[in-house]
Design a protein around this ligand. Structure first.
Ligand code: N7H
Length: 480
């Protein structure tokens, strides 16, 4: 596609797009996610009519508090969105996260099976909406939670679950590694910066051209069903109104992390299986970055905090044999950059990887284990029986080609990039395959090392797909 002009970019209505698309609200460290079920549809519409005026748009950077809202297919149906429009949503969204096929695709087996989930599973009540609250302090957050609970309850909306996300020191996740470094570069969100491989807005925000120069399939509305003229005409069909314009699909998965098990395994495997490596070196090989965030391809021998935020690197020229960053490392699997066919090491390879990017917006939950937050101290994180993990969240325009592809074809693929029988060492599914997938191979000279018997370090406790409508689409739903 031709390069975008400033005119193209200024036509984007950032007042209509919800704020979580343009920022992760890093300045608002406290967060609470409310999972809701509607009662009476009329009262739910009134609730939404009031709420939509308070939704934080992408155009503003909130200083104290932010609120965004997403809906399930069921939630939109119960608000009155017509069957024809509901059928316009992609099949991967309509079928949801919990079917036999999806469990295979996403690797939700064993302790991660949906039957055991606390929310979003087949044995828990169906969800209609998700309210995302962010605040600068816990006091601001408490006030916001109390306010939203009251508004929901007085509209006969049941609060099924609440998920609290709290920041960890130094931008880390619970295992002790810096997170939130690498994101797809979207020119429209960073008009003043230049990047060699910008990714089309339409890969994340519907109603805009995607990486193929097309408009991703989405729900449209016949003009007769929009008598108040709230929605804009669809870009490719003036005879239809675009319900999904400026919206996105939101994936939420509660992923419990067994931090002490992780470090116990890594310490013992470093001693008995990865001779010559210490526990931090082995863990970094599994992640693909050091605890500071420094990428292994940039600093292969030891951590280098000065490269902690480094994200301008590729794999093929620097590390075609995986001697620095193993092929199976978490970040090399979830974004292989220029590693894969066609033509590794070229722009074509990067462009091909870039068709499978996700915009991550997750938050950690539960208190940190102190020893994991400062791995330079030589004491081991010990089990304190308190649950902790990641409220993994990502946005994308095409669930199948983006989130589900990363999870299935890269993370959980035993044959990824020449591997034989292993999955992602951090998040991989080790239960579904007909063969054992508990290995992790580390290319090395003179012979590669193979770490065996990786246990699960992460367990799924709940999950669902949501649609994050534009603010205008929220108004439309409230008007039905
Ligand atoms: Fe991952 N971790 O601590 O090891 N992740 N991740 N992730 N992840 C990344 O580069 C982690 C999960 C991606 O562009 C970093 O920002 C943990 C899922 C992608 O180079 C760290 C969990 C999926 C990237 C972790 C988890 C992804 C990425 C390095 C679960 C997708 C960017 C920091 C508990 C399905 C790759 C950074 C790139 C980076 C960890 C989950 C995807 C430290 C603990 C489920 C695309």
């Amino acid at each position: 596609m031709a390069a975008k002009t400033i005119e193209d970019m200024s036509s984007i209505d950032f007042d209509d797009i919800q704020g979580i698309v343009s920022r992760g609200y890093g300045n608002l460290g406290e967060s609470e996610f409310l999972l809701l079920r509607f009662g009476d549809p009329e009262r739910a519409r009134s609730w939404l009519a009031e709420l939509k005026g308070r939704v934080t748009p992408a155009a503003t950077r909130p200083e104290r508090e932010a609120l965004n809202v997403a809906l399930t297919l069921r939630g939109m149906a119960s608000l009155g969105l017509g069957a024809e429009s509901l059928d316009g949503f992609s099949e991967d969204f309509r079928s949801g996260m919990v079917t036999e096929h999806k469990s295979r695709t996403l690797g939700d087996h064993g302790a991660s099976a949906p039957e055991l989930w606390r929310w979003g599973g087949p044995k828990t009540p169906p969800l209609d909406a998700l309210v995302l609250l962010y605040a600068d302090t816990s006091d601001t957050l408490d006030t916001a939670i109390a306010r939203e609970k009251e508004k929901a309850e007085s509209a006969s909306i049941e609060i099924l679950n609440t998920l609290n996300g709290s920041p960890l020191p130094h931008g880390k996740e619970h295992f002790g590694f810096r997170d939130g470094i690498s994101q797809p570069f979207i020119q429209e969100l960073k008009p003043n910066l230049v990047h060699p491989h910008p990714i089309e807005l339409g890969e994340f925000v519907l109603g805009h051209a995607n990486a193929y120069g097309r408009y991703t399939q989405r729900a449209l509305v016949p003009p007769a069903a929009d008598s108040k003229d709230i929605l804009s005409p669809a870009a490719e069909d003036e005879n239809q109104r675009d319900f999904c314009l400026n919206g996105s699909y939101l994936v939420l998965r509660q992923m419990e992390q067994k931090v002490s098990n992780f470090w116990e395994f890594v310490s013992s495997a470093a001693e008995t299986q990865a001779h010559g490596m210490d526990r931090i070196q082995l863990a970094a090989k599994m992640v693909g970055r050091w605890p500071s965030g420094a990428p292994l391809v940039v600093s292969p021998e030891q951590d280098d905090p000065s490269a902690g935020l480094q994200n301008e690197f590729a794999y093929h020229d620097a590390d075609a044999d995986g001697l620095k960053c193993p092929f199976g490392a978490h970040i090399r699997r979830t974004n292989p950059r220029d590693s894969l066919e066609p033509q590794p090491g070229t722009d074509r390879s990067i462009e091909s990887s870039n068709r499978h990017r996700i915009l991550r917006r997750g938050r950690s939950y539960g208190p940190p284990l102190a020893e994991a937050m400062d791995l330079s101290i030589d004491s081991m994180p010990k089990d304190d029986s308190i649950e902790r993990g990641l409220l993994f969240m990502c946005l994308n325009g095409n669930l199948r080609r983006q989130f589900e592809f990363v999870q299935h074809t890269w993370s959980n693929n035993p044959n990824f990039d020449g591997q034989y029988s292993e999955t992602d060492p951090i998040t991989g599914d080790r239960h579904a395959q007909s063969r054992d997938t508990t290995d992790f191979t580390i290319p090395a000279e003179p012979v590669r090392m193979c770490i065996h018997n990786l246990p699960d370090f992460v367990t799924i406790r709940g999950g669902s797909y949501f649609f994050l409508p534009s603010i205008r689409a929220l108004e439309y739903l409230a008007s039905l």
